[in-house]
Design a protein around this ligand. Structure first.
Ligand code: SAH
Length: 213
């Protein structure tokens, strides 16, 4: 697929503002050289260390569910290549900021250079265990989690603003995407079946559990 075909294919389910944001973020700048020709295929692709950049339709669906608005303070757990963070950063401009947490130092470093190359200025990449959230910049209007957890991590719920929303995959062999909304307590809505890499950390899976997946 080329970029135009990909963007057209998102029209049935993605909000127009999300498609427009994706049209302004060059996905090729978030991929290794060897995969340049596949930058607009609607599929996850390897980014090193056994991890993947999410498929464009999944980024589009998660951004649409989150209803990102200019000025928002956003946390992304599982920054990977930095691509998804860059799309969210575009949606919260002007005035908004995305904090992207990544547990693999090498990927965090690559994401920083990808974002700089793409000219994205409102994303900060932090190397840490995002299953604990990022208390120093909380509370967040929106939280987007790009790796699947055994259950909804409590620290992430607690770092949502009142009225805030979080989208995340939960489960191991069979995973579901959930929308959590904080408003006089928490409501949890199941959206669809999905496939993500595991969230590994204190409130995620333990590394030794993962070898057998
Ligand atoms: N949003 C990314 C998708 C990356 S895949 C993109 O657009 O490219 C999910 C990422 O979550 C992987 O890079 C993996 O290393 C990371 N991850 C897994 N557990 C994590 C944790 N506890 N904290 C932060 N990142 C984590």
């Amino acid at each position: 697929m080329n970029k135009e075909q990909l963007l057209t294919s998102l029209e049935g389910f993605a909000h127009p503002s999300v498609i427009s944001a994706m049209s302004r973020v060059p996905r090729e700048m978030f991929l290794p050289d060897l995969l340049q020709s596949r930058a607009y295929d609607d599929t996850p692709l390897p980014i090193g260390r056994g991890q993947t950049i999410s498929a464009p339709h999944m980024v589009a669906i998660m951004c649409t569910i989150l209803d990102l608005q200019p000025g928002m303070n956003v946390l992304e757990v599982g920054g990977g290549s930095g691509y998804h963070a860059a799309v969210m950063a575009e949606l919260v401009r002007p005035g908004g900021h995305v904090y992207a947490v990544e547990r693999i130092a090498e990927l965090a470093e690559a994401a920083r250079s990808n974002l700089a190359r793409a000219g994205v200025e409102n994303v900060t990449v932090i190397h840490s265990d995002g299953s604990l959230g990022l208390p120093e910049h909380a509370p967040y209007d929106r939280i987007s989690v790009a790796a699947t957890a055994p259950s909804i991590p409590e620290p992430l719920k607690q770092q949502l603003k009142s009225g805030g929303k979080m989208v995340l995959p939960v489960g191991r062999d069979s995973q579901e995407l959930y929308l959590v909304t904080r408003k006089n307590g928490f409501s949890v809505e199941r959206k669809m079946g999905v496939i993500f890499v595991p969230l590994i950390g204190q409130e995620g899976f333990k590394e030794r559990e993962i070898e057998i997946i």
